[in-house]
Structures are given as C-alpha cells and as structure tokens.
Design a protein. Structure first.
Length: 74
C-alpha cells in the first residue's frame, strides 16, 4: 500500500467551492506535473508503506535483552 500526495500552488482568489472544478484542476495538475514541478509550482510526496513496514519490522526483530537496540527515524 502506498499514497501519493500531490500539492499544487494556486491563488486563493482562483479557488472555487465546486467538486467539478477541483477534479479538473487536479487532473490538469497530474497531467502537467513534470512541467509544474520544474517551474516550482508543484510538489509530490510518495510514501511507500511497505518500505516503512520493513524498517519497523527489522527493528522489532531486535532483542533488547541482548543489547540490540534501534533508534527509528521519525
């Protein structure tokens, strides 16, 4: 499982309280992402939960009584 968070800059005056507008706006953002990312008006964050799970599962397998400890990043 993973999520993809896509952020796109827009002037507050251009925002509409309309689902159809929002869907079209985000579709355009998705289609134009490489150009918008290069222009500095869009950003994306990918979170791949299987990688996070692997990290935590490896730490859980450590034996604290044997002196095995792990400090997990946040």
């Amino acid at each position: 499982m993973s999520i993809h968070l896509h952020m796109r800059a827009v002037a507050e005056s251009e925002i509409r309280d309309d689902h159809t507008w929002l869907a079209a706006f985000m579709y355009e953002a998705w289609e134009n992402h490489p150009a918008e990312y290069a222009a500095g008006i869009a950003e994306s964050i990918d979170k791949v939960f299987s990688s996070v799970n692997d990290l935590y599962a490896a730490a859980e397998a450590l034996d604290p009584e044997a002196g095995e400890v792990s400090l997990l990043p946040i």
